[in-house]
Design a protein around this ligand. Structure first.
Ligand code: TMP
Ligand code: ASP
Length: 267
């Protein structure tokens, strides 16, 4: 076992000190929680799949110019990321009425919104992540006006890109949650995308059947969560058809084989 220092343990991930200053290792657990950790459980293999899906989405987002904390995937459950000062907001982007929005406004789940909604929640387990207005964010200085402009612009671009990415594999992107962090360069700071994007923090419905392919299966005791997460990974081309993460997950080995070279030994 390595003796690296644990920085933080969250509900779905553990953060360790990275190999160089300013880096962090994100370890993806199989633990699942809902309703502010009142419901606890495990989704077998979730950590491996979310690590891979999040790597894929963050890599794709960086190709359209979204700055992210992702550096590289290290192994089945870990990725190396830039250390950020996390902005204490959960940024929820919604295309379709579902979840807490359906309850708040009394509309049935599944109604398409006339335009994309962005909502902000204060990241606070003690307070149960209450929804906050931009006025609160400015008043309590959780983020500056300029940072909020950057966050909203990135959230819309991320949504547009992800709607297209998922609709290409017959998945409706209903809503999702993002987190952002600051990185400093002297006195100057800028905001980049942090955390993860996976079926843990997105609502993903099969476009044709309406079947839920996300954590709502766990939240709502529907069962089949392992298969749902695997199905998302499979449609994104990240799994073999038999659902085995296997070697296909290890793209460095895959690329080496394509070049006819022996895969690099794991450190
Ligand atoms: P909500 O409808 O329960 O407010 O959730 C909106 C989206 O945010 C949904 O895709 C699930 C995600 N989410 C999280 O990632 N973490 C959370 O703690 C909550 C409540 C929702
Ligand atoms: N963040 C929630 C919790 O605190 C989980 C969720 O509903 O996604 O347990």
């Amino acid at each position: 076992m390595s003796r690296r220092r644990q920085i933080y343990e969250g509900k779905a991930k553990i953060l360790y000190e990275g190999p160089e200053p300013g880096t962090i290792i994100q370890y993806f657990k199989d633990d699942a929680t809902a309703f502010n950790a009142q419901k606890k459980g495990t989704i077998n293999g979730k950590g491996v799949i979310n690590n891979r899906i999040s790597e894929h989405v963050f890599t794709r987002l960086s190709t359209i110019g979204i700055p992210t904390h992702f550096i590289r995937r290290l192994n089945m459950r870990e990725q190396l990321v830039r250390q950020v000062e996390i902005i204490p907001l959960e940024v929820v982007v919604r295309n379709v009425v579902a979840g807490s929005l359906a309850t708040r406004v009394g509309l049935p789940e599944g109604e398409q919104l006339p335009h994309t909604l962005i909502e902000y929640y204060l990241k606070s387990d003690e307070l149960g992540d209450p929804m906050v207005a931009e006025e609160h964010i400015a008043c309590f200085n959780w983020a500056s006006h300029e940072e909020m402009q950057d966050i909203a612009a990135m959230a819309i671009r991320i949504n547009d890109f992800m709607c297209g990415m998922f609709s290409a594999i017959d998945i409706r992107l209903v809503d999702f949650k993002l987190e952002f962090g600051r990185i400093y360069d002297g006195d100057y700071s800028r905001v980049i995308l942090a955390d993860e994007i996976s079926p843990d923090n997105c609502r993903l419905w099969d476009f044709t059947t309406g079947e839920k392919l996300d954590k709502d299966r766990f939240r709502r005791d529907m069962g089949g969560e392992e298969e749902a997460y695997q199905e998302v990974a499979r449609r994104l081309g990240l799994l073999q058809d038999d659902g085995n993460p296997g070697e296909v997950l290890d793209m460095s080995a895959h690329r080496s084989r394509l070049r006819g070279a022996a895969p690099k030994p794991k450190k």
